[in-house]
Ligand binder design. Sequence first.
Ligand SMILES: Cc1ncc(C[n+]2csc(CCOP(=O)(O)OP(=O)(O)O)c2C)c(N)n1
Length: 576
Amino acid sequence: MKILIYMIFILSYFRVNNAFTVSDYIINRLNKYKIKHIFGYPGGANLQFFEKLNKNSNISVVISRHEQWSGHIAEGLSKFNQKLGVVIATSGPGLTNLITPLQDSLSDGVPLLCISGQVSTKVLGTDAFQECKATSLTKACTKKNYLITKPEQIISVMDEAINLALTPRYGPVHIDICSDLFNKTINVINMYPNLINTIRPISIKSNKLSNKKLNYVTNLINNSEKPVLILGQGSYNAKNELRKFVDDKKIPVTTTLHGLGIIDEHNSMSLKMHGMHGTAYANYAIQDSDLIIGIGNRFDDRTTGLLSKYAPNCDKIIYVDNDNNRLKQIKKHLPHKVITVNSDSKSFIKLIDKKVNDRVRYNWINKIMDLKMKYPLRKESGMAASQVILELSKLLEYRKNFTISTGVGNHQMKLAQYMTWTEPKQMISSGSQGTMGVALPFAIGAYYNNPNNDIFCFDGDGSFMMSAVELATIKEYNIPIKIIIINDKSLQMVNMWQEIYYDKCKLGNSPKNPSFKKMAKGFGIKSISCSSPLTIKRALKKVINSKEPILCEFLIDKSWCTPFVGPGKALDEMIL
Ligand SMILES: Cc1ncc(C[n+]2csc(CCOP(=O)(O)OP(=O)(O)O)c2C)c(N)n1
């Protein structure tokens, strides 16, 4: 019935407007998915679509200063709550600039629709101006991509692509459209059968857990003396159920970078983040544990350390995810016997909740408390990044509605460590790829997702320099982002590795920065700086209370980010 009404609507639209073009169709579908903003950059191969967007739609087009940052802005919008982000670029260099955001969103599971203009059908394949083999390039970094060379193709492609992006595990899709087609009319006769095939709701398969498996899994948990729960971003939808489960069952819980805040870190069961720069107590707990229950995480190398020495006291690992490929991959990857459960996290917790005993494992909990006492995060004195973060954490303690985006490096890892995270997605970051430069664009995207949140961009000087040009976008659209730069005048994470592993080689680790204050001024953005521990709080208060975009530079002493599990080391072989 719904399909019929929709078809009548489309066909009557076609009759009234006479010409229903490819651009009209794209706009129609974007409206259906409630897309309010598109991010991108214009060029010869997409101007036709820009014209239609301008005339025929209420969708706002936010123009950034480089396609890569447009892509990460769209990703920043999606990262927060899996809304679809949409980015548009022209052909050739416009599209190639989008490779990094596509890979980033594929790796971090972010739904993204990338539309690029391609050279016209008349010259396609002739090495025309700004032609590149776009779909060959994006094949490896998208869930699926499409080249549109006939107007009607767009009908079968648009919904399929969007549905795919929005089906877990979320990810990017790419539609490359020959520029002469944007204004071409869609042949309504050809449209009719395609419509039937494409209009379908997103279906998320969740396998039913058999009683046998359910009993097996819950027995494993009940019989475990030292269980540890590992939460990744895939468990974020089960926040409430997980919080109750942890409170009732008293199972220590640690998260990945993307899982921060799923459990309120004030909870005594919280071990905060584990892995290469995780807390020592989380890493020791994993190594001592006799049962790991991983939900929506990936067991990637940054979180396991040397795999052959990972969780040596655990002979079984329970792994819950609703992506079959991921389940197979983890089963192959871990040296343990992995009990895979194909389920979304919410259904899983609801199912096991009744069958898992509420009991306090006194020995295990005492051990955990000892570890926490013995190995707290290192106290740094002087002008240290951790001091800024601890102060920021205190000032934001009773606020829930804030988002902090980060660059990549020591500042990012220290933020993860020293903040006390109370809600999921308070921190948005490039986890899997570790893409420098994303903090500013992610912050812009987070703003378009929810303009009522306080949006912080917490960046390293090196990462900030990569995308600093986006200050222009912030100014132009008056986006009240609070930019904090941890300026240690160095690519400090690189510096640390060079000091430890590369004979203190200094090559490339301290590129000279301009004055950030003057730079902000040049873009018309208010700025302050802070170089004394005594004024950190005052500076942060100014940042937090600012109603307009503001940049605050903290001039920081260089320091290592520890705990640190070096490459090839086991989780318990940390530099503390
Ligand atoms: C696009 C990209 N290029 C290179 C790297 C390698 N890399 C990782 S951290 C880092 C240094 C980051 O410096 P900064 O942003 O100043 O942060 P800090 O470590 O000083 O806190 C580099 C170069 C990367 N992650 N991403």
